[in-house]
Design a protein around this ligand. Structure first.
Ligand SMILES: [Zn+2]
Length: 107
């Protein structure tokens, strides 16, 4: 969930860079001045950030489709596969949401 927000942010940032390169053209970057008035610099730079923007967007929405293979119930500590669950909830404890096993061990 946190990763998706980060990837969307990075994607927006990359697209914003493309916009910056093609409008402002000259702007300070980490203490030095980046001059994008030359098409030899602005075209590859725009292209690079556009690719980055698309790649970050791809990762942001790829994450969403990932279904965890194993899940754990925080109450009864039982491990389940996704197909054993009823709407993502523990079949033993009823209204308790099972969580991704990786998330479980992180906490
Ligand atoms: Zn349970």
């Amino acid at each position: 969930m946190k990763n998706r927000v980060l990837f969307i942010f990075l994607s927006v940032l990359s697209i914003y860079m493309v916009y910056m390169i093609n409008t402002i053209e000259v702007f300070p970057m980490k203490g030095m001045i980046a001059d994008f008035r030359s098409p030899f610099l602005s075209i590859p730079a725009s292209f690079l950030f556009l690719i980055l923007g698309i790649a970050f967007l791809y990762f942001a929405f790829k994450k969403k489709l990932d279904i965890p293979e194993y899940l754990k119930c925080p109450t009864c500590k039982e491990t389940f596969t996704y197909t054993n669950l009823k709407d993502g909830k523990c079949p033993n404890c009823k209204d308790i949401d099972a969580i991704d096993i990786e998330e479980y061990y992180k906490e």
